[in-house]
Ligand binder design. Structure first.
Ligand code: NAI
Length: 333
């Protein structure tokens, strides 16, 4: 199948070419993001492969449909960037990669916790300058601390298990409790989780219901000095509310792999440009904030699985063999 891939980086081409060796899809790699201004690149391609910061709104989907596209193969689990109602109305099939490596994301969340707690970035920079002072590097034992896990799907469950291994008490919130988590911790109402946790980690999807789940009210409920980790989706967090929380000390550490306005920042080298986003720039001024650029998924295992499942979706769409992981406005496959 002829596939136009947007937002392509060198590693995408490496892993997709490898996964495509025996499949015979014709992949054309485009570096730009999929936007109103770039959608014409997809004319004549029956399939488009998109990533998390491509814009799949109604005007873009309409242009894709008019250009002959029938399959949108997302190379991500999240699909909050697609107007599914518009896709359904147009008759476009949207497929995603429901799971690639939940370990990758769970482990990155833990890496952020350890790194913030033990101030690894600061310590490393100091040692490079021959400054071996320990002032300002004091951490805390994870053993015995309470960790609140919001969303106990594939990633949240693994994360809860790892934290239990550190000797933490696990509290969880999810509309659909899972026995694996019940065996190692307790489900509690969200307000209780915020009240009692030393570390809060977000692993739920972004939906209208979870948009700004962490707002002023949630921050006010947290224990002073709470560590907040978000490896899920940026808009779960009201950034201005957490900045106020950092200033007041209610939030003692903040780890973000995702950011509400990340689409114009992440996945590109902007090191010789002036960052125009003042809220993001303010975040970077705090000594107790760690930001990574949406890299939690980025392991060799995950990238291999993403390429294989995305191309399997294309094959399933084209000739009906195998599983098509379809998403529609009212159901997931
Ligand atoms: P999943 O679908 O297995 O689990 C999501 C869980 O959230 C489910 O148990 C669901 O019941 C729960 N949930 C739904 N609404 C909720 C609410 N209002 N409050 C609490 N829990 C709620 O998804 P998975 O694979 O565990 O992924 C979680 C999220 O991680 C994804 O939605 C995605 O946004 C994010 N993600 C981030 C990546 C990164 O590189 N930073 C990579 C992959 C996923």
């Amino acid at each position: 199948m002829k596939i136009a891939m947007f937002s392509t980086k060198s590693y995408d081409a490496t892993y997709f070419d490898r996964a495509n060796r025996d499949l015979g899809h014709e992949i054309t790699y485009f570096e730009p993001r999929l936007l109103e201004s770039t959608v014409s690149l997809a004319i004549g391609f029956p399939a488009v492969c998109a990533f998390v910061n491509d814009r799949l709104n109604a005007p873009v989907l309409t242009k894709l449909f008019e250009g002959g596209t029938r399959l949108i193969a997302l190379r991500s689990a999240g699909f909050n960037h697609v107007d599914l109602e518009a896709a359904d109305e147009l008759g476009l099939t949207v497929a995603r990669v429901p799971a690639y490596s939940p370990h990758a994301v769970a482990e990155h969340a833990v890496a952020m916790i350890l790194s913030l707690n033990r101030k690894l970035a600061r310590a490393h920079n100091r040692v490079r300058e021959a400054n071996f002072s320990l002032e300002g590097l004091l951490g805390f034992d994870l053993n015995g601390k309470t960790v609140g896990v919001v969303g106990t799907g594939k990633i949240g469950r693994l994360f809860a298990g790892i934290m239990r291994g550190f000797g933490c008490r696990v509290l969880a919130y999810d509309p659909f409790p899972h026995p694996e988590v019940e065996a190692i911790g307790s489900y509690v109402p969200l307000a209780t989780l915020f009240n009692e946790s030393d570390i809060v980690s977000l692993h739920c999807p972004l939906t209208p219901e979870t948009h700004h789940l962490i707002d002023d009210e949630a921050v006010a409920r947290m224990k002073p000095g709470t560590m907040l980790i978000n490896t899920s989706r940026g808009a779960l967090v009201d950034t201005l509310a957490v900045i106020e929380g950092l200033k007041s000390g209610r939030i003692g550490h903040l780890g973000l792999d995702v950011y509400e306005e990340e689409e114009n920042l992440f996945f590109q080298d902007l090191s010789d440009r002036v960052i125009q986003d003042d809220v993001f720039s303010r975040l970077l001024t705090f000594p107790n904030v760690l930001v990574t650029g949406h890299q939690a998924f980025f392991t060799a295992e995950a990238v291999t699985a993403i390429a294989e499942t995305t191309l399997a979706n294309a094959t399933a769409f084209e000739d009906g063999t195998g599983t098509l992981h379809r998403v529609t406005a009212d159901k997931l496959a």
